[in-house]
Design a protein. Structure first.
Length: 140
């Protein structure tokens, strides 16, 4: 069990509303010089600290600017449904193999990712199918 001080801090945090939690996060970031960012997930699936993920400089020389890598994985994001909601739901079902309820929930919750981590060709094909159905889509 946690100490009384820790329990008191937890109780105080639990009493905060969402806006106060955001303010607390920003204040902690600025005071301690940290960020509340998600961990970096490289291709191997192991979590690496940001410092380990950055390239190291050799022999004390200044680090060269990292080479720009071509993006190989893309996310298809449904931005807006448009007037043909039923057609968009059908397109989402074809692209994702989701059931009717799941596809409807995804469409109604836009903006949401429809496909994540797909090739450029697959992302463009999915975008074309959704745009044809009347949706607004972006590929990231």
């Amino acid at each position: 069990m946690a100490s009384e001080k820790v329990e008191a801090v937890i109780a105080s945090i639990e009493a905060l509303n969402v806006l106060e939690l955001v303010e607390l996060k920003k204040e902690l970031e600025s005071r301690w010089g940290v960020t509340a960012a998600a961990p970096v997930m490289p291709m191997g699936g192991m979590v690496m600290p940001a410092a380990a993920a950055a390239p190291a400089a050799g022999d004390g020389a200044a680090a060269a600017a990292p080479a720009v890598e071509e993006k190989t994985e893309f996310d298809v994001i449904l931005s807006a449904v448009g007037p043909n909601k039923i057609q968009v739901i059908k397109a989402v079902r074809e692209l994702t193999n989701l059931g009717l309820k799941e596809a409807k929930d995804l469409v109604e919750g836009a903006p949401k990712p429809v496909k994540e981590g797909v090739s450029k060709e697959e992302a463009e094909a999915a975008k074309a199918k959704l745009v044809e159905a009347g949706a607004t889509v972006e590929v990231k």
